[in-house]
Design a protein around this ligand. Structure first.
Ligand SMILES: [Cu+2]
Length: 376
């Protein structure tokens, strides 16, 4: 009897939790209300089965309590019951699968008036490309990726010259504009997910995957990587900013094209270049700049300080040490941090700008350089 009561209590508590829980879905900000509908259908069907099965269990536990006067019956087969069970299960499974198939069909059939953008994922950051005024993406390949040409575009392809490259993790989209996302990964599986859009898709190395959506609400929405992709996965975040037409045009006019990248078109000072580079190349996913905890050593007041290495020795953080740690991070591992950083490729100029940026985060007086320490 007690067990039957517990079973009924579990059913009541589960149903109440579903309706009263503070963890409800975020408000929808795209055209994919149909995905919410399929989730609701799934919840209703699985909910009905859950309630029916557990209540049936409680009924049986109560009805067939231990009774020395009752004998078990041997019933090897009940055709009628079996047909009922097969029928109900078939209808329920079709109910679970069919709406998903219909919606997924819409999800990958892009309307003809959709504009395109590309999101490229890598451990552990996002970057974006727009096709430019010709509305055609230039050819890209992994073999052409280097520290300047991070998208691996073909410099000889005329279609790629006007491609707009978005450094940093923010991408702007136009409200109420159907938009196709092309997804490329540079390294491992990732997943592009914006909860408010109800839309997600895996990024698969060696393939280009896609889906489409129409953002319907102006505002800022977080992109999450929804596929575990290594130790920095939790921090692989980006932002989609849904703009009205005038804001979008203003943002677009500030972006640089591939042709400008090829001619070294950046006008920032060294520190600003380093700051841009640190955010666009994902350094800040693992290195905090505000003194907060981070996966790798924080950069606030790092330059000019002494760091303890895992072999017990001390090292002075100067330009040489920083450059070595960027291009060959395994050589000197700072005590207390996991040896997870991958080697980065940067030009000498980019390395100088990164060092200048890290140095700018230090309050250490530059005119009293600490004396160098012998390294072993
Ligand atoms: Cu990822």
């Amino acid at each position: 009897m007690t067990f039957a009561v517990i079973l009924v209590a579990i059913v009541i508590a589960s149903v109440l939790f579903h309706f009263l829980s503070p963890w409800q879905a975020t408000p929808l900000a795209s055209n994919w209300g149909s995905i919410d509908t399929t989730i609701t259908i799934t919840l209703v069907i699985t909910g009905i089965f859950f309630v029916a099965i557990v209540i049936f269990m409680a009924y049986c536990v109560y009805k067939y309590q231990e009774d020395p006067n009752r004998k078990s019956e041997y019933k090897p087969e009940n055709k009628k019951l079996e047909w009922w069970l097969i029928g109900i299960t078939t209808v329920a499974i079709c109910g679970l699968l069919a709406p998903g198939l219909v919606v997924y069909n819409d999800f990958v059939h892009v309307p003809s008036n959709a504009v395109e953008f590309e999101a490229v994922g890598e451990q552990w950051r996002w970057s974006y490309r727009l096709p430019g005024t010709d509305e055609k993406f230039g050819r890209s390949s992994v073999s052409r990726m280097d520290e300047i040409n991070t998208f691996g575009l073909d410099p000889d392809d005329a279609d790629g010259q006007d491609d707009i490259l978005v450094a940093g993790n923010q991408m702007h989209l136009l409200v109420n504009q159907p938009t196709k996302v092309l997804l490329r990964s540079k390294d491992v599986l990732h997943d592009f997910y914006v909860p408010q859009f109800r839309a997600k898709m895996d990024l698969i190395p060696g393939q280009i995957t896609y889906f489409w959506f129409t953002p319907t609400v102006p505002g800022t929405f977080e992109i999450l990587c929804a596929e575990y992709c290594g130790i920095g996965h939790y921090n692989m975040r980006g932002e989609i900013i849904v703009d009205t037409a005038s804001d979008y045009q203003e943002w677009l006019s500030e972006q640089i094209t591939f042709a400008q990248v090829l001619t070294g078109g950046t006008v920032e000072g060294l520190v600003e270049q380093g700051q841009l580079l640190a955010s666009s190349r994902g350094c800040l996913a693992c290195h905090s700049v505000n003194g907060g905890p981070s996966l790798g050593p924080g950069w606030l007041d790092l330059f000019g300080s002494q760091e303890s290495l895992i072999d017990g020795s001390q090292v002075l953080v100067d330009a040489d040490y920083l450059i070595e740690s960027i291009i060959d991070p395994a050589v000197k591992i700072v005590a207390g941090y996991p040896p997870v950083m991958v080697a980065y490729q940067f030009s000498d100029e980019q390395l100088d700008s990164l060092v200048a940026y890290i140095e700018s985060l230090s309050t250490e007086s530059a005119d009293s350089p600490p004396k160098p320490i012998a390294e072993d």
